[in-house]
Design a binder for this molecule. Structure first.
Ligand code: SAM
Length: 335
């Protein structure tokens, strides 16, 4: 993790700045590999291990991983926090699911020809209209780095955050293999409690993750707090379309991927506009994907992109039809 990125981090509960006690760093001191991040005022500390900062409230921390870290660097036990908190079930389910299924996610989703095409048509379009070179971007729900890679390639300096350390470790390996690790730092945290300073980032992204969060509106408020005025933000999620049962039927016949989403994983225009407005954004909602994802396993690559891009362009223009789209997006700007 770059030293300059550490300056943007804050303790997840108190919001206090963090002191660094470095155990291992690069020769020139610009990158920290192993450290603890101390919230002196609150009397608690957090783990920075193998370049990844873990800034989770203690009830979500992995006890065994913490014990190994303490042993590795001969550290004392964390002083028990005054008030023991009970973790919410949903984030715990997410940590467990993505902890177990990260390799399967890679095979089923990241390598899916549908997502290859959908990412290019949606995020690719947004990136082409928003030059990000040297901009500080915060990505929430980055997972195994499917969008982190194109963001880093576009020249952004990315803070990739996710609740699952396994997913971020996988993302880090992929960014390293692509020679892009210099541009990306990683933090394990809750989307609903971003451990970052306010008004700090030049751009933001939540892509296909908010339908896994316990409190989507809170995650957008946090994104609004983290971004500077004028910063662009892109959001993409499953749309609450009345033809969703057709998709569910198809998925029962030909399952493309396994999903462990939140209880209400589908979103509509009214929610996007209300939550983004309350979080301090001006936004414009669009739609994508009127065709079943299965089709893109038959028409891959350039042909698939032409099919999805073309059908989006034509069908989104027909009044009333966009309510049938499978995906809803928002291009927003922090006011
Ligand atoms: C479907 S994956 C999407 C990952 C990536 N954006 C992609 O498109 O491949 C959803 C991600 O959301 C993360 N997640 C779930 N709940 C979260 C929360 N409350 N805060 C932050 N991340 C969360 C999961 O760990 C998982 O990596």
């Amino acid at each position: 993790m770059k030293r300059e990125t550490l300056e943007a981090l804050r303790a997840p509960l108190s919001g206090n700045p963090l002191e660094i006690e470095v155990f291992e760093q690069s020769e020139d001191g610009s990158r920290i590999e192993q450290a603890r991040l101390i919230d002196r005022e609150a009397g608690v500390w957090y783990r920075l291990e193998d370049g990844i900062a873990e800034l989770l409230p203690s009830e979500y921390q992995n006890v065994e991983r913490w014990a190994r870290f303490r042993e590795r660097f001969s550290l004392e036990e964390q002083v028990a926090e005054a008030e023991a908190r009970t973790p919410d079930a949903q984030p715990i389910e997410q940590i467990e699911f993505f902890g177990r299924h990260h390799d399967q996610y890679e095979e089923e989703v990241v390598k899916s020809p549908f997502y290859d095409v959908m990412d290019a048509v949606t995020l690719g379009h947004w990136l082409s209209g928003h030059p990000l070179r040297d901009k500080a971007l915060i990505e929430v729900g980055a997972g195994s780095g499917r969008q982190t890679l194109p963001l880093a390639r576009s020249g952004a300096r990315v803070l990739a955050t996710d609740l699952s350390e396994e997913m971020l470790r996988l993302a880090r390996r992929k960014l390293h293999a692509a020679g892009l690790l210099e541009r990306v730092d990683f933090a394990v945290c809750l989307a609903e409690r971003l451990p970052v300073a306010s008004d700090r980032f030049d751009a933001g992204l939540i892509f296909g993750s908010m339908h896994h969060f316990k409190d989507p509106a809170a995650s957008l408020r946090e994104m609004g707090r983290a971004l500077r005025s004028g910063a662009p933000f892109y959001l993409l999620e499953p749309h609450d379309s009345p033809v969703r049962p057709v998709f569910d039927w198809l998925m029962n016949r030909w399952t493309l991927w396994e999903e462990e989403a939140a209880d209400d994983p589908l979103f509509n225009r009214e929610q996007f506009e209300r939550w983004l407005g309350a979080a301090g954004f001006r936004s414009s909602v669009s739609y994508s994907t009127y065709l079943p994802p299965h089709l893109f396993y038959l028409f891959r690559g350039g042909l698939g992109r032409a099919l999805l891009g073309g059908s989006d362009a034509v069908l989104s223009r027909i009044p009333g039809l966009n309510k049938l789209a499978g995906v809803i997006t928002a291009e927003a700007v922090k006011i």
